[in-house]
Design a protein around this ligand. Structure first.
Ligand code: PLP
Length: 966
């Protein structure tokens, strides 16, 4: 071997895959022995049906090291023109992410690796951050109730339309929208309306009142300020739609609301918008947190998650997700929306931006932007341009006529992108990053093109006195208490410490795939070359992004076996919706307008029926047999019964019960024979990659959750990316975009941005690039091994509900806890809460089967961590047995009282029949690494009955405590 060959061999030690896949060779061998397999290949053949086993990923690029992948991504970032400032506006603006938030939230695994706060006790930190966000949104919009984020402004507009349609009980099927709505919102709205039989009419601003009065729509959608920057009083327009029984929906810019009369004070029923410019980089379109605020009457129709303040078992205020009965996991096809993963991390950032700046700081930023716009408008007038609207906040629209092209070209020369609207209108949208020297450069552009001097010494236009905001906002203490950096740093840390995230312990949530989010995958997300790019920049300014999305799409095609992939859907639920629209489009294109039946197994995730309903399909539920598989006889009967109208089957593979159904090929063939298409829910793709593929199994469409299988962190409940892959004949029905050519259909747009949440795609890119074909395949094998290892080690203590061939499970397993209710009165929830005392996040609880826990360990959990989890579960089983055998009290025991807080363990009085040590330190490893839940069990019923979604009660409680202490 030459020296260079030796160096190459030594470089193998830098490989990424063995860092991602935690168990060592020796540990894998040990685990294989436990599950009764001789090798990983042997395990694959024992688990995956032979008919579908086999996959060739050799077309993927060879595995890169962390350094190589980082260098490659830095190269791609450098191909994006972050040096050009985008003053395009249209819903996306430059912003400064406060560094204290950048490093301590966005770049901090304590925040970005957390899961959706369903287990409230271990999520009080992010729940409080979300309550801050909701409070901020309520204050800014002037409405009493706001949710904890939506996916983007375009989909928020569409969600508001749904809400209005439901609130008005379908009296009308017409929605009128102002012509100055952002074009991407128009496209998403139109896409959403079509399958529901709703008509959208876009009306010039001047004729809104007349049209509304005449046509009596169920909703009127307004943009505030309009897409070219115009600000006007909306009171009369909102009153007009309310007079005909409809709702007034306003899409508003939150920074403008710091200075403008809020839409709520103009009578709006619903206000939506995006909080992107509150410290979240544009990122070529996302992710950002959209919001929705509503009048009290509509709170039960609100889509997405809502954080409410309740109390814990000791009466202390505690937060949890409220009104979950609205959501898809309970209401299925009757849910208010299909949203599951939303934009929690970005909502946390936007809320913290308000905490950091406070009301005075926000007003200062908004005032500087507004004044800059007025000065620029003055300069434009001096240079001979006509300013289109006198009333504006941050955007100067110029009627540039024949000079429009020269103006945008001259601006580009000096490093600015302006918006080229129709009819020679050029928009210049200012933001907090625009400096005085930028203004000087822009004035020079105006002078050059206008042919007259453009001094920055006079202002023109701005916010009319009648629209100046008089009411206060962000008045809660939290928005003024943390303005020093030390104060902010410690506030962020105090919240982070309340929560369990992946940097503390494993989060074995079945179906959610809480795997490693490697640091090297995360680093590129905050490269400037990815952050500061407006989604509507000319293609030549986003070449790095285009190369990244092209390559990632190609790799995902190889992995799924499909002809093409769309990266536009920004969550799994949106992928489902987009995929069903593709199927719908295909049927319609063949004249099959009647095909609208969607078969969905009873065990399907709630987003499936909710998405089908949104796509205008009628859901027919297919039963499950005793092994947890789709009941083939029932499927055959229903496919036959609905053959004439069959549109699709939605099926999850491996099934939501965690098994590879042997009959999957047969199932797909059956649907195809009846003229339907197969939609595969790819949430469980972590059990397929490298072993089999959706296309080879027989699916026509499949969504992937990049935030599950492909390492995008869950962010505490978002962001996510839900790309869809499709067969060749469905490619024309993939989503397109009205502003940017990203391929796809001209009539289908499912997200505001052409490539959805583009700025987090580097994470999945890095993962695939660093794992390579072998690493990806091995990850799947070890994920299956870990699940089978857990099932095997726990089966003597907890019955494993379903198994596939050779009594194996796939990448997750369901532990049946229903039997403990009889003898000891122990409910599955008690086990979930008791796990918190051991420092673990509970597995998925009561889904897909009530009274069970679904455990998904993933390939990236070290064996030692799996063993700790097993020890905890076994110890909990022993505690249950003590209750069953009467050695422990049925009502007063460590399970019923779980979780235990430090305050009660340290209190002078301890009135329980078990010891404090047993309560707090039940196993030696717990003592070494104790996590203290900050609250006791949270009361859900109380919170829903006394719905409060702002910080007020928390602050009142803190004050009362203070007074009591004094
Ligand atoms: C997570 C999940 C979904 C929904 O995906 P989101 O990204 O949360 O919208 C759908 N189906 C299954 C089986 C899932 O596990």
């Amino acid at each position: 071997m030459t020296a260079l060959d030796q160096i190459r061999a030594l470089e193998q030690g830098d490989a990424f895959a063995p860092r991602h896949i935690a168990p060592s060779e020796t540990e894998i061998a040990e685990m294989l022995r436990v599950v009764g397999a001789t090798s990983l290949e042997d395990l694959s053949s024992k688990t995956v049906p032979a008919a579908i086993l086999g996959m060739d990923l050799s077309a993927l690029p060879p595995a890169a090291t962390e350094q190589e992948a980082l260098a490659e991504l830095a190269g791609l970032a450098a191909q994006n023109r972050a040096d050009i400032k985008s003053l395009i506006g249209m819903g996306y603006h430059g912003t400064h992410t406060p560094p204290v938030i950048l490093r301590n939230v966005l770049e901090n695994p304590g925040w970005y690796t957390a899961y959706t706060p369903y287990q409230a006790e271990i999520a009080q930190g992010r729940l409080e951050a979300l309550v801050n966000f909701q409070t901020m949104v309520c204050d800014l919009t002037g409405l009493p109730m706001a949710n904890a984020s939506l996916l983007d402004e375009g989909t928020a507009v569409a969600e508001a339309m749904h809400l209005a349609h439901a609130a008005t009980r379908g009296k009308s099927h017409l929605v009128i929208a102002a012509a100055d709505l952002h074009p991407q919102s128009k496209a998403v709205l139109t896409t959403r309306a079509a399958p529901l039989g709703i008509t959208v009419r876009f009306v010039p601003v001047a004729s809104i009142i007349a049209e509304v009065t005449e046509a009596k729509p169920f909703a009127l959608v307004l943009q505030y300020p309009g897409t070219t920057g115009e600000v006007r009083d909306l009171t009369a327009e909102i009153a007009a739609v309310q007079a005909v029984g409809g709702l007034g929906l306003v899409a508003a810019d939150p920074l403008s609301l710091c200075l403008l009369t809020p839409p709520g004070e103009m009578g709006a029923d619903v206000v939506i918008g995006s909080t992107q410019r509150f410290g979240v980089p544009m990122g070529f379109g996302g992710p950002h947190a959209a919001f929705m605020a509503v009048k009290d009457a509509h709170k039960r129709l609100m889509p997405g998650r809502l954080v409410g303040v309740s109390v814990d078992a000791a009466g202390t205020p505690a937060m949890r997700l409220a009104l979950q009965t609205r959501e898809q996991h309970i209401r299925r096809e009757k849910a208010t929306s299909n949203i599951c993963t939303a934009q929690v991390l970005l909502a946390v950032m936007a809320g913290m931006y308000a905490v950091w700046h406070g009301p005075a700081g926000l007003k200062r930023i908004a005032s500087r932007v507004a004044l800059s716009a007025r000065v620029l408008a003055g300069a434009a007038r001096a240079a001979g341009f006509t300013v289109k609207h006198d009333a504006f906040f941050d955007t100067v629209a110029l009627d540039a006529g024949a000079k429009a092209e020269a103006l945008t070209a001259a601006a580009l020369q000096r490093g600015f992108n302006l918006a080229a609207h129709a009819d020679g209108v050029v928009g210049i949208a200012l933001d907090e990053t625009v400096t005085r020297s930028d203004l000087a450069a822009l004035a020079a552009v105006l002078a050059e093109v206008g042919g007259k001097p453009a001094p920055l010494d006079a202002t023109f236009g701005g916010i009319p006195a009648t629209l100046e905001r008089r009411s206060a906002y962000c008045t809660a203490t939290v928005f003024t208490a943390h303005h020093s950096e030390h104060g902010m740093l410690r506030y962020l840390k105090s919240l982070e410490d309340k929560d369990v995230a992946l940097n503390r312990s494993m989060i074995p949530l079945g179906s959610c795939t809480m795997k490693l989010n490697a640091t090297a995958e995360m680093v590129p997300v905050t490269f400037a070359g990815f952050g500061a790019i407006h989604p509507f920049v000319p293609a030549d300014q986003a070449q790095g992004y285009r190369a990244l999305t092209d390559r990632l799409s190609d790799w995902l095609c190889r992995i799924t076996g499909f002809a093409a992939v769309s990266l536009q859907p920004n969550a799994g639920s949106q992928g489902e919706y987009a995929g069903l629209l593709a199927i719908r489009g295909w049927h319609l294109s063949r004249g099959d307008t009647h095909r609208d039946i969607c078969l969905i197994p009873a065990s399907a995730h709630g987003t499936n029926p909710a998405s089908a309903a949104m796509a205008g399909m009628r859901v027919v539920v297919v039963g499950t047999d005793r092994d947890g598989s789709v009941d083939l006889d029932d499927l055959r009967a229903k496919a036959e019964q609905h053959a004439a109208n069959l549109a699709a089957l939605m099926i999850t593979y491996p099934s939501t019960h965690g098994v590879f159904e042997a009959s999957i090929r047969e199932i797909c063939a059956l649907i195809h024979a009846k003229g339907g298409r197969v939609y595969m829910d790819g949430a469980n793709m972590n059990a397929q990659v490298g072993l089999t593929s959706p296309a080879s199994i027989g699916a026509d469409v499949c969504h992937l959750n990049l935030h599950k299988t492909f390492c995008i962190p869950h962010g505490g409940g978002g962001p996510g990316v839900g790309p869809i892959g499709v067969t060749a004949d469905l490619v024309p029905f993939l989503p397109g975009h009205p502003v940017v050519d990203c391929g796809g259909s001209a009539t289908i747009t499912v997200s505001a941005a052409p490539w959805g949440s583009a700025s987090i795609l580097p994470i999945s890119y890095a993962y695939i690039r660093m794992m390579g074909a072998e690493g990806l395949t091995r990850a799947t094998q070890v994920a299956i091994l870990s699940a089978n290892y857990l099932a095997k080690r726990l089966e003597a203590h907890f019955p494993v509900l379903y198994r596939g061939m050779n009594a194996m499970v796939a990448h997750e397993c369901i532990l049946d806890c229903r039997g403990f209710q009889q003898g000891g009165g122990v409910m599955v929830e008690d086990i979930a809460k008791r796990l918190q005392d051991y420092g673990f996040h509970a597995p998925t609880m009561s889904w897909p089967v009530s009274g069970t826990l679904m455990v998904e360990p993933t390939e990236s959990e070290p064996k030692a961590e799996l063993d700790r989890f097993i020890d905890a579960m076994v110890a909990i089983r022993a505690e249950i047995r003590a209750i069953e055998q009467g050695r422990m009290d049925k009502a007063d025991n460590p399970l019923k009282n779980a979780p235990h807080t430090a305050a009660e363990i340290a209190a002078d009085v301890w009135a329980h029949p078990y010891t404090r040590e047993q309560a707090a330190f039940p196993l030696p490893f717990v003592k070494a690494h104790k996590y203290w839940p900050p609250v006791k069990r949270v009361d859900n019923v109380y919170g829903d009955r006394n719905l409060v979604c702002s910080c007020a009660p928390l602050e009142a409680y803190a004050q009362a405590q203070q007074i009591a202490a004094e």
